[in-house]
Design a protein around this ligand. Sequence first.
Ligand code: GRF
Length: 220
Amino acid sequence: MSTRKRVAILISGRGSNMQALIEATRHPGYPAKIVIVIANRPDAAGLATARNAGIEAIAIDHKQFATRMAFEARLHQSLRGADVDLICNAGFMRLLTGGFVERWRDRQLNIHPSLLPAFPGLDTHRRAIDSGVQITGCSVHFVRLEMDAGPLIAQAAVPVLPGDTPESLGARVLKAEHQLYPHALQLVASGKARVVNESVVHDPISGRCPQLIWPPLGTL
Ligand code: GRF
């Protein structure tokens, strides 16, 4: 019997982080496998990408449900049906209620394109540029009721360069996201990262810093 954690990915659109996770889980020895991809929008491009990769992918259109809770009940049913251990939100643009968040507490991850707690919410790259920060990045964290908040699992730092636009900075951060999310999922699925007193403890640390700087210093 496989001991790999069974993972669902929730998407709303393009699904490039989903694709990075799918590719990572193909490596022998990776401690997780993707068993289902669920989009809350039937037109999410990532659904076709997942199906082409041989992964079950379904749409649960939130607009077809009268309440958030009704949508989440259906979502939960599909997750249970696929015997899911962990959820990875990857560009999933739907706020979740406390009931759902608590059901999946410490088993639901999210990626956000900033160094949280800086710049939660939308339009992160424009806000980073406008603020004058010289380093931004991305974060993977456990989901809590508050949007883009929760125990941080791993972060990657990315420089803001002179002349950056939200698009150029976003593209640089996205490359880091594709490295970071598989790394963070590996830490959680293998049991090397877990929540203690609302912080993530990495075990064993063994001199290796779980945080990344990407692209590596010296390559720019
Ligand atoms: C990513 O930048 C992610 O951090 C944010 O939404 C974007 C989704 O992109 N939450 P993709 O669908 O994974 O390509």
